[in-house]
Design a protein around this ligand. Structure first.
Ligand code: ZN
Length: 257
């Protein structure tokens, strides 16, 4: 949590990257098989949970209506999201947020040392939005934002939003920090650019609405692993909310705006 800003208690938010049946090497553990995603979403349904895009989750939480929801997020905007994740999501009546690297549309994940994944182009992003999924920004170049100077922050955070809004002809409310790298200046840049919410990496204690934590989902996560992640999140959330309640000076989000 940054700068004593108010906490937004949220249900768990799951973080995926590539969804693909490819058997190519995956040294960074970014690829979840579509059949595994299908099992994960089937488990959520059996638990009475529904996966939703992060902006929908945040807005539901503000209305006190987030019970039974789980956030679903997919980083980097790979073409396999359209090919393999969207059909599985739709089969389960769920949706998620895909975070696109706005300066690399139609390109590849050049920021990684590992295997190349194709990134969706403008038409594919529009198809994703038309399929009821949320498209958020993941900067222009997948930049590390902690310590970045103001001009870099303005471009990576603000310009990426303008590019995507131009592509989608719609508001882009969500942002995701590459590598989960952020500091107070980066969070301020996210607010200044007009985003509604932003998420980081890691399922540590919940933050404010522009530093929302997420649970990493590993390519090898079984349903049991996923249950453990959900339980761990709810334990941490309860503890953090109790700590806030015991400390009257610290505002608790959900109560105010
Ligand atoms: Zn990323």
């Amino acid at each position: 949590m940054t700068g004593g800003r108010s906490r937004l208690p949220l249900p768990p938010v799951l973080m995926y990257h590539s969804i693909s049946p490819s058997a190519e090497p995956d040294p960074h553990a970014l690829r979840v098989h579509p059949a595994r995603l299908d099992r994960h979403l089937g488990l959520l349904r059996r638990l009475g949970l529904r996966g939703v895009p992060l902006t929908e989750l945040v807005r539901a939480a503000e209305r006190g209506a987030a019970a039974g929801l789980v956030g679903l997020t997919f980083d980097d905007g790979y073409t396999d999201f359209l090919d393999h994740a969207v059909p599985v999501l739709r089969r389960h009546g769920m949706a998620g947020t895909v975070y696109a690297v706005a300066g690399l549309l139609g390109g590849t994940n050049d920021w990684d040392t590992g295997p190349r994944f194709r990134i969706m182009d403008a038409g594919q992003l529009r198809a994703v939005a038309a399929a009821g999924q949320e498209v958020g920004s993941h900067t222009l170049t997948h930049a590390r934002l902690a310590g970045a100077d103001p001009a870099v922050l303005a471009a990576e955070v603000g310009e990426s939003r303008r590019v995507l809004e131009d592509v989608l002809q719609a508001e882009v409310p969500g942002f995701c920090y590459p590598y989960g790298s952020y500091d107070d200046a980066a969070a301020d840049a996210v607010r200044a650019a007009g985003y509604d919410n932003a998420c980081v990496t890691g399922d540590y204690e919940p933050g404010d609405r522009v530093t929302l934590p997420r649970c990493y989902v590993s390519p090898r996560d079984t349903r049991a692993h996923l249950v453990a992640r959900l339980v761990r999140h709810s334990v941490r959330l309860r503890r953090a909310v109790a700590r806030d309640a015991a400390r009257p000076a610290a505002p608790v989000a959900g109560a105010g705006r």
